[in-house]
Structure formats: structure tokens, C-alpha cells
Design a protein around this ligand. Structure first.
Ligand SMILES: *Cc1c(COP(=O)(O)O)cnc(C)c1O
Length: 380
């Protein structure tokens, strides 16, 4: 937990807007994940926050990585290269999964020499992989219920479970090797039954594949979706982990490798944004503050991630309901229409905690305002 006095000091030293990454918290989040899901190897989903320093810290504590584009692949590859010597030839795919079910042919060609592990969910992709990345191993992405997730992720990707084994056999027929299944229950899933249902669906597909003569499945990737504790309504991670462990133990023998792709859970609570008040007006009886970061920048999650961030002031005092807007000229650039803030003056600092996931990663340069500067604390 970064103290207010530290935020103030950092803002003074570096200016604002400032995106503060706490590496101690990253390590704590990873440790919590491993403590409660000891059987599961965590592949950090780089799209949640692709800062190389974050990749490095998570790698150092033992994480693997889920990438979905060549730039993400390169960020990870560059930062974990140094372990090449101490590992086998195919070291890299214990450390990376390319988890985008749709891959451009150029991407497949670039990946092929690395003998990648990639996901797929349709017949056209089998043809493409056969032609452009014949050395890839495959995981079939299946469609699973996303009920109650903050961000739905099953309308775009995922084979219907009823077609799964046909798709596995088709890949085998094409001379490719299907190693297992993957799914995503939806991001910020607070309905833990999604995981229970998805693991059960996957177990049924393993069984059907076996009955139809396909005996080479050895991995299950339970995806991301593990919720960050944004508010008190989110049940503790250990409660979810207990349900997941029970299903895995019941349905998947020890020799099946279990992977997960946590993004938000590992980074959300590790970052804090500090911004300053650059304008102030009373409109229709409501106090409005304009700050130097907004939805085109670190608060992009307000739009893309359906996320609400609480804003607080460094200054104390009696609060009232205010609107907070970003610096661009677009009315969409509204951080919040109802924040409890004390009376603030120009240059006063505000901050938002738990803003590490899907925030800085989707910052733009819209209207000429650049993304927030990044500062790292508690790096080793
Ligand atoms: C976005 C994504 C993740 C990460 O999801 P979180 O909800 O942030 O944990 C994992 N896997 C895939 C395939 C994704 O697209």
C-alpha cells in the first residue's frame, strides 16, 4: 500500500499525471495466486498492462505469460531471454502461450520457428496454422458462460462445446497436435459458478475426446477473469480458489497440467494514478473539476473496461458530490459524475487506487495529451 505522503513526494519529483507501479504489490498478488491455486501455473495476460518492468518482476517470481500479438510476444521474449541457457530447447513455451484464437498469417510465420503453443477455435484457423505454423501446438478455446462478468469475453471467441471434439479431430487429421483446452469466463468474474461450469464443460470434452480415440490431451487452461478487490462486494480470492481446486481435483487427474491467464488480478491493485486539478467551475449547481488525466488516458477503463474508479484527494476536508472531467475537449472525457471530494483548488492532487489493469495500456495521444508518466517503486 503506497502512502499518501509517498504519492505527494513522487508527484512533486516527477510531475503529473503520474502512474505509480508498486512492484511489492505485484509480488504479493502473484504469491496470493500461487498460495491458493498451487496446482495452477499463472500465465500473466500481458494485455492488462504491458509495461516491461511488470513483465520482468512477474517473471522473476515465477510467472509465465499470455500474449496475443507480436509486440506483446517481443516484450516478453526480450525480458526473459536470459533464462534460455538454463533450460531446454523448447523452454519458451513453458513460459508463453499465444492466446489469441485468430492470428494473421504473418504472425503465424513469425511464431513458427519458436514451436509456439497457440489457441484456436475454428476450421479456417486449422488450415492457416497447418500452412503457416505447422510446428505449433494447439489448445482449443471453448465458449463458456460469462454470466455476471464485468467484461464479457465469449461472444467473439470460443468453439461451442458440442463442436469441440470435431475441431480437435480435424486438427489431428491436418497433422497438428492438440494439447488441451482453454476458456475465459469473462473479466472481473464475481459469479464464481462460471468457473465451476466451465471446468465441468471442459471435463466432458476431455472425456468425449478420449472416447472418440483422441488420447493426447494433457493441458487445461482456465483463462483469466479472477476478480480484483475493487470494492467490498468482491468475495476473497481464496473462496474462488477453493471452488476451482475442488473441481480440478474431482475432474482432472494429477498428470493434466493446469494453466491460468490472470491479467487484472495480478496488476489492478499494484498501480495508483496521481493527477492534478487544472480547472474548476460550478455548472448547474454542481462543482466540476477538470484534471490532467481522463478517459483517453489512464481512465480509459471507464470506457473500454466498464470500470469505475474512485477518486480521492490528498487534501482532507468536508466533501461534497462533484463531477470530474479529463483534459480533452470531448464531453466523453468524463471520469465521474459523482465523486465525493473536498473543496479543491487548482494544482491540488487527486489519486485513484487499483488502476493497474486495462488503464495505462489503452492510453492514447488524443487531442495532443500524452499518456501519464510511469514511475516504479519497490523494484528489486
Ligand atoms: C484478456 C484475457 C485474459 C486476462 O483476463 P483478466 O480478466 O484480466 O484476468 C486472459 N486470457 C485471454 C485469452 C484474454 O483475452
Amino acid at each position: 500500500m503506497i502512502r499518501k505522503s509517498t504519492l505527494k513526494k513522487l508527484a512533486k519529483e516527477h510531475g503529473t499525471p503520474l502512474f505509480v507501479v508498486d512492484h511489492e504489490q505485484l509480488r504479493r498478488n502473484y504469491a496470493e495466486f500461487k498460495k491458493y491455486l498451487p496446482r495452477v501455473q499463472a500465465y500473466y495476460a500481458v494485455k492488462a498492462n504491458a509495461l516491461p518492468e511488470i513483465v520482468k518482476t512477474l517473471f522473476d517470481v515465477g510467472a509465465s505469460f499470455d500474449v496475443a500479438s507480436m509486440p506483446e510476444f517481443r516484450i516478453v521474449h526480450e525480458n526473459i531471454k536470459h533464462m534460455r541457457d538454463r533450460d531446454r530447447q523448447d523452454w519458451i513455451w513453458d513460459k508463453i502461450i499465444y492466446a489469441n484464437p485468430i492470428k494473421a498469417t504473418e504472425t503465424l510465420e513469425e511464431l513458427d520457428p519458436y514451436k509456439p503453443l497457440v489457441t484456436y477455435d475454428n476450421y479456417e484457423e486449422i488450415k492457416k496454422i497447418k500452412k503457416h505454423a505447422p510446428h505449433a501446438g494447439l489448445a482449443l478455446r471453448i465458449k463458456v458462460p460469462n454470466t455476471g462478468a464485468m467484461v464479457e469475453l465469449s461472444s467473439k471467441f470460443g468453439a461451442p462445446p458440442g463442436e469441440a471434439v470435431d475441431l480437435i479431430l480435424a486438427a489431428e487429421e491436418a497433422g497438428l497436435m492438440v494439447e488441451g483446452l482453454s476458456f475465459h469466463v469473462g473479466s472481473q468474474t464475481t459469479n464464481f459458478e462460471n468457473y465451476v461450469q466451465a471446468i465441468n464443460l471442459a471435463a466432458n470434452i476431455f472425456k468425449e475426446a478420449d472416447e472418440r480415440g483422441y488420447k493426447r490431451m494433457f493441458l487445461l487452461d482456465i483463462g483469466g477473469g479472477f476478480p480484483a478487490p475493487y470494492d467490498a462486494n468482491v468475495q476473497p480470492f481464496r473462496v474462488l480458489a477453493k471452488k476451482i481446486n475442488a473441481e480440478l481435483t474431482r475432474l482432472f487427474p494429477r498428470e493434466i497440467q493446469i494453466l491460468a491467464e490472470p491479467g487484472r488480478f495480478l496488476v489492478a491493485t499494484a498501480c495508483t494514478l496521481v493527477a492534478k486539478v487544472i480547472g474548476k467551475a460550478d455548472r448547474d449547481g454542481k462543482r466540476c473539476y477538470y484534471i490532467n488525466d481522463g478517459v483517453y488516458h489512464t481512465f480509459s477503463g471507464v470506457i473500454f473496461d466498464h470500470c469505475k474508479y474512485r477518486l480521492k484527494a490528498l487534501k482532507e476536508g468536508p466533501t461534497r458530490i462533484c463531477a470530474v472531467f479529463g483534459p480533452t475537449c470531448d464531453a466523453l472525457d468524463t471520469v465521474s459524475l459523482a465523486e465525493e471530494l473536498p473543496d479543491l483548488d487548482l494544482d491540488d492532487l487527486v489519486y485513484s487506487k487499483n488502476i493497474g489493469a486495462y488503464s495505462h495500456a489503452s492510453s492514447t495521444y488524443f487531442n495532443g495529451f500524452p499518456p501519464a508518466q510511469v514511475v516504479h517503486v519497490n523494484q528489486t
